[in-house]
Design a protein around this ligand. Sequence first.
Ligand SMILES: Cc1cc2nc3c(=O)[nH]c(=O)nc-3n(C[C@H](O)[C@H](O)[C@H](O)COP(=O)(O)O)c2cc1C
Length: 403
Amino acid sequence: MSELFSQGIIGQLKLENRMIRTASHEGLADRHGAPTQEQYHFYRAFVEGGIGLIITGYAGIMQNGKSSLYHMTMIDNDELISAHREMVGKIHGIAGKIVCQIAHCGRQTLSEATGEAVLLAPSSIPNRFFKEVPRELAQKEIKDIIGQFAAAAKRVRKAGYDGVQIHGAHGYLLSTFLSRRSNKRKDRWGGSAENRFRIVAETLKAVREEVGKNFPVLIKLNSFERGNDGIKPAECVDFARMVEKTGCCDAVEISAGSNEDSFYMARGSFPTEGILKYLRPYCKMGKIGKGFIRHVVAPINSYLKPPFKEGYNLETAAKVKQAISLPVIAVGGMRSKAFMESAVREGKTDFVSLARPLILEPDLANKFMKNESESAKCDNCNICFVATDTAPIRCHKDEFISS
Ligand SMILES: Cc1cc2nc3c(=O)[nH]c(=O)nc-3n(C[C@H](O)[C@H](O)[C@H](O)COP(=O)(O)O)c2cc1C
């Protein structure tokens, strides 16, 4: 029996195999942020397709940290619990396991989505992609956000999810505190690695207090950002050690990049046509603007973008695994069965998680188990990524091939 399809454990949560559907924003919530029937059907395909665990796309903990992407799921008030509970109940009814990822988007959103005059961040430094100049959070507001993470985690538990994942990666609020690139604070929330980690430590402790000791708590961390002061693998290993030291977390998922790092998170192709059709403000540009994107911006970005490499975060995940005893999940570029099997067999990671391949093939785990496939069909065109700005999640490949 392959290690990839052996049982695994995250805290008290027993999983049938080591393949996880990682958090991927669905854009399927209703206008209040409640999960919908379509969202359930979307998840159901993963359960029927043999995946060991689903981690939901990020759910917002506060309106002031709401995503600007299309129809974010929210978990910021008690009235939403029943809709989450209904969806989770159905997933459990077909023997699926589901963890809810919770997030505050910080400066990586738009004020038109949060409804606030300005975005919130550790320091008043704009995200190069979103461009709005955020306001530095006051200490009291930081405490409030920590409390709201805990309140959201409590709702996650009440809704019956199998665990909660704190989003500490990809340029959202918590990861901007961790990064020297975006955190220039001089108080106890900035400066040394311990100070930058403080918000994560306090969030994990507050969450643990609310959900109790038996409820699985996971975290997603960045292992790489561009620039001299961006997070690098060695610092990620230190942060993972700090996570373990809190005693409040059950698993660490290792990712990389943020919106302003262009495609370090995903690698693969620069999705020019997807951007021009789905991503604001580019999709609203006239012919001249679009021509400029096609003939100037796209070639430059395609040149700067890191090459796709199978399992591109695995080596850092392996370093994290050596440094801590908590289960590790490696995400990013997991494509072939042989690669995933060897990553688990060689002890580089305990679990592998996937986003893009499962959008196209939600039954990839079953195909691997039944020897019907050796590798995912996803070719990392990245249109699914940029299209979530204005449309629900799906694979858009055919649309562009046929046009
Ligand atoms: C459509 C889409 C939506 C995503 N939304 C989230 C999200 O809500 N939370 C998160 O942590 N990562 C999100 N990601 C990043 C993925 O979790 C993952 O880190 C990245 O896609 C690399 O994995 P892959 O090579 O398996 O796609 C998203 C990725 C895609 C393609």
